[in-house]
Design a protein around this ligand. Structure first.
Ligand SMILES: Cc1ncc(COP(=O)(O)O)c(C=O)c1O
Length: 293
């Protein structure tokens, strides 16, 4: 794989499209040392950006939660995102907008740092091995718990929140799992390291945790809408890990993960059943609706 700093094309950086390999930030950047950085992840399907406005809105929300004032408006970021995708000619790929504090101050206080914005886009396939989209992935249960909602701006997509997600993912991979299920501060089921989680019970009804200390994914909301439009029941509620043996199916949702079935959590096996595959293909149809129309 070509390292991300060695790729070609353009990155939108502080209102200009710059040659990919020349976009630099100084090592003494507040964003790097103190995690004053927020980001988004979007997908492009058949040349169209899926839910651009919703992602941009969340980008601004995340920045606001970290006290960062993005020096553009949402419309300008939407246009910049489209411009980046067009410059890179991305047809089916991923977009990463991000904002961080610069180098003017290098201490905890960062009141006078400049807020930098960049947007990069590249061709990209599935997040997990495509075979696992039908076979299902295996999750361990992380020993790291999501922080309590009064300890961190949990409803943002802030880079600092991902420290324990990367640790969890690495530990899962070391132990032969694909990803990790994280519990919340009270020990209830929260989410995977980069995706929300749903369960299916023996009555063909779905259950997903209430996002009250972790990200309420845009894909999560989309999949709930799809399921309800098909008269499938979705319960948003607290879910205890002691319920894991009672469920028959499980899947993850996320911009990167899309709808990915889960075949195992810890020692519990789940079936990749028709209704989960149906939700997965309905999601694929929705994101590519322009082509189908
Ligand atoms: C930690 C985490 N939870 C959930 C999600 C799913 O969010 P979305 O569906 O908006 O991509 C993501 C991906 O962005 C994530 O990183």
């Amino acid at each position: 794989m070509i390292p991300f700093d060695k790729r070609d094309g353009k990155i939108w950086y502080n209102n200009e499209l710059i040659d990919w390999q020349n976009v630099k930030l100084h090592v003494l950047s507040h964003g790097l040392h103190y995690a004053s950085c927020v980001f988004e992840g979007l997908r492009v399907y058949d040349g169209e950006i899926f839910k651009l406005e919703e992602h941009t809105e969340r980008f601004f929300h995340s920045a606001k939660r970290l006290g960062m004032d993005i020096p553009y408006d949402e419309n300008e970021i939407n246009l910049a995102t489209k411009k980046t995708v067009a410059a890179q000619n991305v047809q089916n790929g991923y977009i990463r907008p991000f904002a961080w504090r610069g180098s003017e101050m290098m201490a905890i206080s960062a009141q006078h740092t400049k807020i930098h914005i960049a947007i990069a886009a590249w061709e990209w396939g599935t997040y997990f091995d495509p075979k696992l989209k039908t076979k299902g992935i295996k999750l361990n249960i992380s020993k790291w718990k999501k922080p309590g909602p009064d300890t961190i701006p949990w409803d943002s997509k802030a880079s600092g929140l991902y420290m324990i997600n990367t640790l969890s993912k690495h530990e899962a991979e070391r132990d032969g799992f694909t990803d990790s299920l994280m519990l919340d501060h009270e020990g209830n089921i929260a989410e995977a390291t980069g995706a929300n989680i749903f369960f299916k019970d023996s009555n063909n009804e779905f259950h997903t945790p209430i996002p009250d200390s972790f990200l309420d994914g845009i894909t999560r909301r989309t999949v709930i809408e799809i399921a309800r439009s098909k008269n499938m029941k979705v319960h948003e509620r607290k879910i205890s890990p002691s319920e894991l043996p009672n469920f028959t199916g499980c899947f993850l949702t996320g911009t990167a993960a899309e709808v990915t079935p889960v075949s195992k959590i810890d020692k519990y096996d789940y079936k990749v059943c028709e209704s989960i595959l149906d939700l997965s293909s309905s999601y694929d149809n929705l994101v590519r609706k322009k082509r189908a129309a």
